[in-house]
Design a protein around this ligand. Structure first.
Ligand code: HEM
Length: 663
């Protein structure tokens, strides 16, 4: 309750001080909408946080069927559907279902009120419902809010019906994905800095929901958790630390995009940002006090001070959440210089046309892609922590594997934030180069890093029936879905065919025009590239890999497919995504069609190099496995005096004798 009250107080204070709820402007939808929208948004953000928090705590903190599991209940496994829900986990999941239902209702109210605000039409206006019906799927903002509402409904339904722990894990993922479309709305929809604003707000909402919702979940499950508070609170505290960093970084990035200059901090919008930053600092101090002082006291059975501080935290979190909603309802301060006119390239791709590239551009051009830079940073950081743990306990880990992984992460940053990412929006050839790097160079390097093996050797296993990152990773690696996707023919098919499907369908233009399309394109290229490379040169646990000759066969078949695709483009004379690539106002470089044909040459030429390296990789692995086989045979022969060879010769002799006796 304190969380809800604080959030409502925060949004009201923010709206009044920021002036966002003031009426009398042209297209004023009326007080009901002016106040109703931010209030509904606050309730929607709160219910979303609670749903995400309860599902995440159940998936990562609580034992599948509670701590009161009796001996007759089988121990959980990481394969198949996983253990049935019980005890505190079942309670938490059903609470998540109720919170999810609240979320759907509040989010639906946000859709209706957003249309009223956008159209400047009061809810009571005649024909309002009909208008809403016709516009709800044609306006980007409403479409995004609707998508979020529908995904929230899926998570709520899943939480209602869930009987297995794995289902809760997947519903936690669905609920987190349901937050993302919201990041496409509000100020982030503005053109300038769009992608940075969307990525940072998406990260912000994710961090806030797990952090605030997770803490509220601990409070709601206080009785069921009982004496296991120390374990639960420590596991939550690890999650909370990651969320704290995520909320801080994403909040500062988003505020920087909105404010544009230090001076803007003096504006009402800036004041709200400062208030939130103060709340965050206080929350950081509370987190430190938990870790340093209060959790050790909980270990000794003294939980009262812990719960007192938790109440204080929830008040701060509520206030910050409410202020966040007030921020998104308040106009950011106007830039001191009037914004330059939007160019056609900007309206088509969201970015200004870059200057004509020279050779050094490929080393110096830079436009931060926050999402992929963040992903690469986390991947590199987690890997280095793993290697350090191995070394700390005296185990060896091949440095060339660590080198391959880190190079893969570095190249991912360059391809998305450097020249390939920048020019790939306006030049087909650069797009093709970026594609080749993202699907054929970065993934094999990451596969060579053997991340799953390192994770299995360095992550701590849970012993109380709960699932931490290690258990979930094993669950995913052995899941039916991944076993199917890593079938050599499926992986090769996905890798090769998606090339043609992507470029010869509206997906290519969608990836040039929209942020979501661009992100999904990179996710697809990376994952299909990783699956394919893992089949060929992977050593991590998972589906049994085909024999080496078959791997080479699959590789050469895919090479042929790639070459065919490259030649098709090289000789093609129909421009792909013409509405974008032919209308950018680009005055430098090759004309669009010639550039596309040059892209075909890149697909053919550049594409073959990594495939060749993969082929060498498979051949080397083959030779090494033969060596290992020979050494194993030699060791066995040393141990048993060559029993295997003797048996083999005896079989040959018996065969020869039978053949000699045959009429
Ligand atoms: C350094 C501290 C923080 C900064 C600089 C910051 C900044 C921001 C900014 C700029 C926005 C986007 C507003 C817009 O759309 O114009 C935002 C949204 C938001 N913030 Fe923060 N924030 C911070 C901490 C927090 C904390 C601690 C919480 C809650 C625990 C929080 C909760 C939210 C929420 C829920 C939204 C989205 C509101 C909505 O659109 O529904 N923020 N924040």
């Amino acid at each position: 309750m304190v969380l809800v009250a604080a959030a409502l107080a925060g949004v009201v204070v923010g709206l009044v001080s920021g002036g966002a709820a003031a009426g009398g402007l042209i297209g004023d939808p009326g007080a009901v909408t002016r106040w109703g929208l931010p209030l509904a948004r606050t309730l929607s953000d709160l219910a979303a946080a609670l749903t995400v928090g309860l599902l995440t705590v159940t998936a990562f903190v609580l034992p599948a069927h509670g701590w009161e599991r009796d001996e007759r209940t089988p121990a959980p496994t990481h394969a198949g559907q996983g253990p049935r829900l019980g005890g505190v986990s079942l309670t938490a999941t059903r609470l998540a279902a109720s919170a999810g239902t609240l979320w759907v209702v509040a989010a639906a109210a946000v859709v209706v009120l957003s249309y009223s605000s956008l159209a400047g039409t009061p809810l009571t206006a005649p024909g309002f419902a009909a208008q809403l019906g016709s516009f709800v799927t044609s306006i980007d903002l409403l479409r995004a809010l609707l998508a979020s509402t529908l995904l929230a409904a899926v998570a709520a339904t899943g939480a209602t019906l869930a009987t297995r722990h794995s289902t809760v894990g997947w519903m936690a993922v669905v609920s987190l994905v349901a937050l993302l479309p919201v990041a496409l709305t509000g100020h982030s929809a503005a053109l300038r800095g769009h992608e940075l604003a969307v990525d940072s707000l998406a990260a912000h909402l994710t961090g806030v929901s797990v952090w605030v919702g997770g803490l509220a979940a601990l409070v709601l499950l206080r009785r069921e958790i009982g004496q296991h508070l120390a374990v639960a609170a420590r596991r939550y505290s690890t999650l909370a630390l990651w969320c704290f960093v995520l909320v801080a970084v994403s909040g500062v990035v988003n505020a920087t995009v909105r404010l544009g200059a230090w001076g803007a901090l003096a504006s009402p919008y800036g004041a709200l940002v400062i208030a939130k930053a103060l709340a965050l600092i206080l929350l950081g101090m509370a987190g430190w006090r938990h870790r340093a002082v209060l959790l050790p006291r909980v270990d000794q059975g003294w939980a009262a001070p812990f719960w007192r501080l938790v109440t204080g935290e929830l008040v701060l979190m509520g206030m910050a959440l409410g202020l966040g909603v007030a921020l998104s309802a308040s106009e950011p301060p106007l830039p001191s210089q009037p914004a330059p006119l939007v160019t056609i390239a900007e309206s088509l791709t969201g970015f200004a046309l870059p200057p004509a590239p020279v050779w050094s551009t490929w080393l110096t051009a830079w436009r931060l892609d926050l999402l992929w830079a963040g992903v690469a940073l986390v991947l590199a950081g987690a890997y280095l922590v793993g290697v350090r743990r191995m070394r700390a306990r005296g185990d060896r880990w091949p440095m060339w594997r660590a080198g391959a992984w880190l190079l893969g992460c570095a190249l991912l940053v360059w391809v998305t934030s450097g020249a390939p990412g920048i020019y790939g929006r306006v030049l087909f050839s650069a797009h093709m180069f970026a594609h080749m790097m993202t699907s054929m160079v970065v993934p094999p390097l990451l596969v060579l890093g053997a991340p799953v093996t390192l994770a299995m050797r360095t992550m701590t296993a849970r012993r109380d029936g709960s699932r931490g990152p290690r258990e979930w990773l094993m669950q995913i690696v052995h899941s039916r879905a991944l076993t199917f996707l890593s079938h050599p023919l499926v992986a090769a098919g996905l890798f090769a065919v998606s090339l043609t499907v992507f470029y010869y369908s509206p997906l290519f233009e969608l990836s040039l025009r929209t942020h979501t399309g661009h992100v999904l394109m990179n996710v697809h290229f990376l994952l299909t590239g990783y699956l394919f490379a893992s089949v060929l040169i992977g050593v991590d646990p998972g589906r049994a890999r085909p024999a080496y000759p078959l791997r080479l066969l699959i590789l050469f078949a895919t090479m042929a497919f790639h070459a065919f695709f490259g030649v098709e483009l090289l000789q093609g004379n129909r421009l792909l995504a013409p509405d974008v690539l032919a209308h950018l106002g680009r005055t430098w470089g090759r004309p669009p069609l010639a550039d596309q044909q040059y892209g075909g040459a890149i697909a053919w030429a550049v594409g073959e190099v990594p495939t060749l390296l993969l082929g060498i990789g498979v051949a080397l692995a083959w030779v090494r496995s033969d060596d290992r086989e020979t050494r194993r045979g030699d060791r066995a022969a040393d141990r048993d005096g060559g029993a295997e060879l003797a048996a083999y010769n005896a079989r040959l002799a018996a065969l020869a004798e039978r053949a000699s006796k045959a009429p």
